[in-house]
Design a binder for this molecule. Structure first.
Ligand SMILES: CC(C)(COP(=O)(O)OP(=O)(O)OC[C@H]1O[C@@H](n2cnc3c(N)ncnc32)[C@H](O)[C@@H]1OP(=O)(O)O)[C@@H](O)C(=O)NCCC(=O)NCCS
Length: 163
């Protein structure tokens, strides 16, 4: 489900996936999230030995749908469960103006300095104004185990791809 701004309620989504083995890179899966025929966004994932690296996520329709980040987080966890992994790592790189959004959803930085910078941006950005973090460049993040466990509980009741 995702929040439709037009209907002002959660609506179901359908998800298509395409996996490719790329020589010298590894297994790559692209998930396309749709509301019927409308493409809402995509989640691109690279498999690692013990989990995944998130290559890119994007809400292509931010004026029509919100909460794509949470949906992407759930797809990332489900992808690992689907691979049969029990303990796994979900790594990503925050870039563009997404750092604060990933942090607020619960992803964390390895760098204390990055965390301090993001907290400062969040504190100093007036309510309703966009977080501007592009100047920070790409910074490594991970999904903490507690957040992974939270999604594992959600997936048991409401899976997106493990149906
Ligand atoms: C990162 C991203 C996928 C998050 O998706 P999302 O649908 O905004 O999902 P979230 O639930 O995290 O967003 C919550 C709110 O933050 C808002 N938001 C988006 N960008 C924002 C910004 N720079 N500053 C403040 N708020 C922002 C969203 O509009 C949404 O608000 P709304 O409910 O009033 O519409 C999305 O912002 C995006 O596609 N950004 C462009 C591409 C990108 O940066 N990808 C990630 C690179 S690592």
């Amino acid at each position: 489900m995702i929040y439709s701004k037009r209907l002002q309620t959660q609506v179901p989504v359908n998800i298509e996936s395409k996996s490719n083995f790329i020589q010298g890179y590894g297994n790559f899966t692209s998930y396309t999230v749709k509301d019927n025929k409308i493409t809402i966004g995509k989640v691109d994932i690279k498999d690692t030995l013990n989990g995944i690296e998130v290559a890119f996520i994007e809400n292509k329709q931010p004026k029509l749908y919100s909460g794509f980040g949470k949906l992407a987080d759930q797809i990332e966890v489900e992808h690992c469960v689907k691979r049969g992994l029990k303990n796994f790592d979900i790594l990503s790189e925050a870039s563009l103006n997404s750092h604060a959004l990933h942090f607020l959803r619960g992803k964390r930085f390895y760098s204390k300095e990055a965390e301090e910078n993001i907290k400062k941006v969040i504190a100093e950005t007036p309510k309703g104004k966009p977080f501007n973090t592009r100047f920070l460049g790409s910074i490594k993040m991970y999904m903490p185990q507690e957040l992974i466990q939270k999604y594992i509980k959600i997936i048991k009741k409401n899976p997106l791809i493990l149906k």
